[in-house]
Design a protein around this ligand. Structure first.
Ligand SMILES: [Zn+2]
Length: 135
């Protein structure tokens, strides 16, 4: 069995700059792996978004809302969710974030309702129902 010690360096492609790669320490690599960990659809297990896509809106990542039917949703805000597709016409009815219009965000794989896609001008984000996701 081969032992890997903490001074071992790994090389990887740097996707943001397009440079061929740079050495990174093992510790840094582990941290990055955690940050990139996918968040999955609870219904089908498909990857929806990732931990490093979490954002804070009005100072908080999570927001709790009631819909007009009185059902409580706890939403997490994500800057991107490649595993979602938007459905329906943009609507400003009952919007939870003032100034934003919303569309439904469905799982690309199984079409479960995962949350909403919010848009205001050039800015957009996903508000995803945390109970419908698993990390
Ligand atoms: Zn799904």
């Amino acid at each position: 069995m081969e032992m890997v010690n903490s001074s071992t360096y790994y090389f990887r492609a740097d996707s943001t700059s397009g440079r061929p790669g740079r050495p990174i320490g093992k510790e840094e690599e582990e941290e990055e792996t955690r940050a990139n960990e996918a968040i999955y659809c609870r219904a089908c297990g498909g990857a929806v978004t990732a931990r490093d896509q979490k954002i804070a809106l009005h100072g908080s990542h999570t927001h709790t809302f009631f819909n007009p039917a009185g059902i409580v949703f706890e939403l997490g805000c994500f800057s991107a969710a490649p595993g979602c597709r938007s459905a329906g016409e943009p609507s400003s009815e009952f919007t939870w974030f003032a100034g934003y219009v919303w569309r439904f965000a469905l799982c690309r794989q199984c079409s479960s309702h995962l949350g909403w896609f919010f848009e205001m001008g050039d800015y957009s984000f996903y508000g995803l129902i945390l109970a419908n996701l698993k990390e």
